[in-house]
Design a binder for this molecule. Sequence first.
Ligand code: 1GP
Length: 236
Amino acid sequence: MATAWQRWTHVTKVDPEKPLHREDSYAAIADTGTDAIIIGGTTNVTEKRVQQLVTALASVEIPIFVEPTYQPTEFYRHGLSGYLIPIVLNTGDRMWMVGAHQEWVRSMDINWEYIQTEAYIVLNPASSVATYTQANCDLDRDDVVAYAELAEHILGQEIVYLEYSGTLGDPTIVAAARDTLSSARLFYGGGIHDYDSAYEMASVADTVIVGDVLHEAGIEAVAETVRGVTDAQHKS
Ligand code: 1GP
C-alpha cells in the first residue's frame, strides 16, 4: 500500500454512521471513477460498524483505507489497503495529536507497512471534527502555511490535510499551503458538492476528498465531482 495515495486525485470518504442516498449501493462508489475510499467519520464510529462496511465493500477494486477515530482493538487487514492515521496539528487536546496514538501503539502489534499518517489542519469551527478536537480554527493564511511547512519539515509528514469538513474552504489558503510544500501532498476536504466546487479545489490541491455529497446527493453527484477534478488536472 505504501505509496498508493501519491497518485490519488479524488477520494470518497464514507461515514459508517450515515446511510447512502436512496437506492445507492456501496459497490457503485467505485464506478464514479474515484481513486480510493476512506472509511471514516467523527462521531459514533465503532470498530464493528467499520468492519461491516469493509465487508459491504468487498467487491470494490479500488483501495480502501480506514481512518480510525476509535481505538482499533485488532489489526484488521482483510479487504483493507491500510490505515490513515490523523495527527491534528491545531488541536487543543493532545489526545488528537499523539495521545490516542500512543495508547493504540501500546495496545497492539502494528504492521507499519499498512500505516500512513496525515497531518490535519482543521479549519471549519462549526464542524464536529473541530468541536471534538477542540481545534483552534482562528488561523489566517500565514498560520496555515506555517503549519503545513512544519508538518513537512519538522514532523516529516508526507500528507497535509486541510479539513474544512462541511464547508467550502478558501482557495487562496489552500493554494498557499500547497505552494509551501516541497514533496508532501496536499489533501483538501470540505464542502465539495458539484463539478464547479470540485474543479476549483482540484486546481489548488493535489487530492480532493468528498464526503457529505455521497450521503446527501448520491453516486451521480460524486461522479460529477470526479469529472470536475479530472478536468482541473488536465488543465494544469
Ligand atoms: C470530511 O474532508 C471530508 O472529513 C469531506 O468533507 O463531508 O464536507 O465533503 P465534506
